[in-house]
Design a protein around this ligand. Structure first.
Ligand code: N01
Length: 545
């Protein structure tokens, strides 16, 4: 193992950067800043590193991006030495990897754990951020890096009577660390997104009775998870540089099709879908190049999956309820799981279609439906997150003139390149709204953002600049670019968390940039090379005084 790089000591109580979050993004930020000779301090709510992978301990939790791709690419020795055990790593293995990275590069020492940032205020006179926590810390830094995650603020629906339930209540994104047993219990799961569809088959194996409360069915592709044998892994590793270079341009190691679903014969189309269904994983959606953009092309893929559901699920009414019909395939995040549809053939599993039989409330003994009460001992909410903006707006972040970020973004996030927002100098946002973020492999997006941010700080220091923030016109233009990119896709055709549609009252704005990580990276690099075009740079305070 390589020795950890020498720690850059803070020059005074003023840190070069404060980092919020010790997940994949925060850890990489700490490492990259230190490599650049910059000091940093991080805060993390959890007692240890891991970010979402610390909290998402629900049964069946695993990544839907393949292990060989869902890992850092910044260190050649790390990627060659680390051995993944499964094609899709389960949560404990990913957490083990993150902890290994923290140990290997000596990153924990930069963070204060079990500490939540509650407020951050820009001090224009000093050109610094003053950051406060729930444990009384008050620390200053020149830059504030929000590595707080796009899917980290969990959401429990506002169902009448929830507080009266006598049994245990859990959210998949805030799963207890204590051991939980489903044995002999009547368990209810609310929500059938990526988390629900992973947890349901595992809970079904252990619970006496499982009731799934489904509002919107999703398209679920089989994972075909398997152990990663040494030969497969070595083959990937031999070509890691090439794979990573490709992922930096397209967000994934997978090859994309250059054919339209509509230009091939029915037989060819079926053969391609069969091949990808058998292979498993999200690569199913790349079968043709217009699945995300053409409703007709998309329908061929959606029809294929619906036919699979009807073939797998024996009860025709359950099969029909499981068939998504109100949104194109992939317009809500495509789901990947093992034995999801097969689970509904088990005698101890029941699906409740909430569109036909809505939840009226929760009683001490179970869930009250329009048709009557479902008695339960445990209730699992797989009901998602206040995505992309939640972790930013719940902190009292005040920019120039005391403006609150939550106030500035009350009609939707407004920023330039997804990286910065006008009026909040030196505040960097990692993989938030306005960037490809959740539409690509998150680690690819994180590495691109952190590299850009650290380069930006270095360029500013070299040029004697103290502040950077977007020109208001540049961010207005970028919002337009983000909207236009979304309009060219079918993403806008679903009520998804991408649009904030899962949070009552949240402005309906398509938040991620759907133009692709390659074009996005080029734009960010060109902006930097062009003297940070669209940004307003300010000289050091001392020099202007
Ligand atoms: O959350 P979701 P998630 N009554 O918002 C339902 C990532 N992730 O935690 O669609 C009844 O997708 C809601 O119904 P509807 C991944 O990016 C990755 O599953 O709003 N139901 C929906 O079915 C993912 O997309 C991995 O009608 C209610 C579900 O709850 C993102 O995290 C694993 C309801 C929420 O689905 C979020 O996934 C897990 C109510 N009042 C997560 N409110 C992997 O890498 C909400 N729902 C595999």
């Amino acid at each position: 193992m390589p020795a950890a790089t020498a720690l850059a000591e803070p020059k005074s109580q003023l840190w070069d950067a404060i980092i919020v979050g010790a997940g994949f993004a925060g850890l990489h930020a700490a490492h990259a800043l230190r490599q650049a000779g910059l000091s940093c301090l991080g805060f993390e709510t959890a007692p240890d590193v891991g970010g979402v992978w610390h909290w998402n301990r629900y049964p069946g939790a695993r990544c839907d991006v393949e292990s060989m791709q869902y890992s850092y690419g910044f260190d050649e020795t790390l990627q060659q030495e680390w051995v993944w055990r499964e094609r899709f790593a389960p949560q404990p293995e990913i957490l083990e990897y993150i902890r290994h990275v923290a140990d290997r590069f000596g990153l924990r020492r930069h963070f204060r754990f079990a500490t939540s940032v509650t407020a951050a205020e820009f001090d224009a006179a000093q050109a610094t951020w003053l950051v406060r926590t729930d444990r009384g810390d008050a620390e200053r830094a020149r830059f504030l890096i929000m590595a707080s995650g796009g899917l980290s603020v969990t959401r429990l629906p506002d169902i009448p009577g929830l507080g009266t339930f006598r049994g245990e209540v859990m959210h998949t994104g805030d799963w207890p660390t204590r051991p939980l047993s489903f044995a002999g219990k009547r368990v209810g799961v609310v929500g059938t997104g990526s988390s629900g569809i992973q947890a349901i088959p595992v809970i079904a194996e252990h619970a006496a009775q499982l009731t799934v409360f489904q509002r919107t069915p999703n398209f679920v592709i089989p994972a075909r998870n398997r152990p990663l044998d040494e030969a497969t892994q070595s083959a990937w590793k031999a070509r890691y540089a090439e794979h990573r270079a490709r992922a930096r341009q397209v967000g994934t190691f997978y090859a994309f099709s250059d054919r339209s679903a509509l230009e091939v014969s029915e037989a060819e189309r079926q053969a391609e879908y069969d091949r990808r269904w058998a292979e498993g994983g999200v690569n199913f959606v790349h079968a043709f190049n217009d699945i995300y953009t053409s409703e007709d092309a998309n329908r061929t893929a959606a029809d294929y999956v619906r036919a699979k559901i009807r073939a797998i699920v024996r009860d025709p009414a359950t099969a029909e309820a499981l068939c998504p019909k109100d949104h194109p395939l992939g317009s809500k995040r495509i789901c990947v799981a093992s034995d999801y549809y097969e689970t509904y053939n088990r005698p101890n599993v029941r699906l409740v279609d909430l569109r036909a039989d809505p939840i009226e409330g929760i009683a001490p003994g179970g869930v009250r439906l329009a048709s009557g009460e479902v008695p339960l001992d445990m209730l699992v909410f797989a009901t998602g997150y206040d995505a992309l903006t939640g972790a930013l707006t719940r902190i009292a972040i005040r920019g120039r003139d005391g403006q609150l970020l939550s106030e500035k973004w009350k009609n939707g996030p407004v920023n330039y390149l997804g990286l910065m927002t006008a009026g909040f100098p030196n505040l960097f946002i990692v993989t938030g709204p306005g960037s490809p973020s959740v539409l690509v492999n998150m680690i690819v997006g994180i590495e691109q953002h952190i590299d850009w941010i650290v380069r930006c700080i270095g360029d500013m220091d070299a040029a004697g600049q103290a502040t950077i923030e977007p020109e208001p016109q540049a961010e207005r233009d970028w919002v337009q670019v983000v909207n236009e990119a979304a309009e060219r896709t079918l993403f806008v055709k679903a009520n998804s968390w991408y649009l904030g549609a899962n949070i009552p009252g949240k402005p309906r704005v398509f938040m991620p940039y759907a133009g692709g990580i390659g074009p996005y990276r080029r734009i960010c690099d060109e902006v930097a090379a062009d003297g940070y075009r669209g940004f307003r740079l300010g000289a050091r305070v001392r020099e202007t005084a």
